[in-house]
Design a protein. Structure first.
Length: 94
């Protein structure tokens, strides 16, 4: 898990450097640090918004999925009827 977090941080660092390079800005070290900080802050906001949108879409789609699965699995199961009750003992207690 630590390795995954380190990989994620490295990816964000590379993307931050690419964003700075793509912007064409020539910043001093203090401005560069501020740019990187704001980029990371805004990136988190974008990622949070995307996660919320994905979750909302998932919640919207789940009822349909459940209904489709319900139909599919009802077809596969034999119909349960009262005739399939276990037989009563041949020697009823008197």
């Amino acid at each position: 898990m630590r390795e995954r977090e380190n990989l994620r941080r490295e990816t964000i660092k590379r993307e931050t450097e690419a964003a700075l390079r793509d912007s064409g800005l020539h910043l001093n070290p203090q401005e560069r640090a501020q740019f990187e900080s704001r980029y990371i802050q805004e990136r988190r906001k974008v990622e949070q918004t995307l996660r919320q949108q994905i979750e909302a879409e998932r919640q919207k789609e789940l009822p349909t999925l459940i209904q489709e699965l319900k139909k599919e699995f009802q077809i596969d199961q034999p119909a349960k009827s009262p005739a399939t009750k276990p037989a009563e003992s041949a020697n009823p207690k008197k």
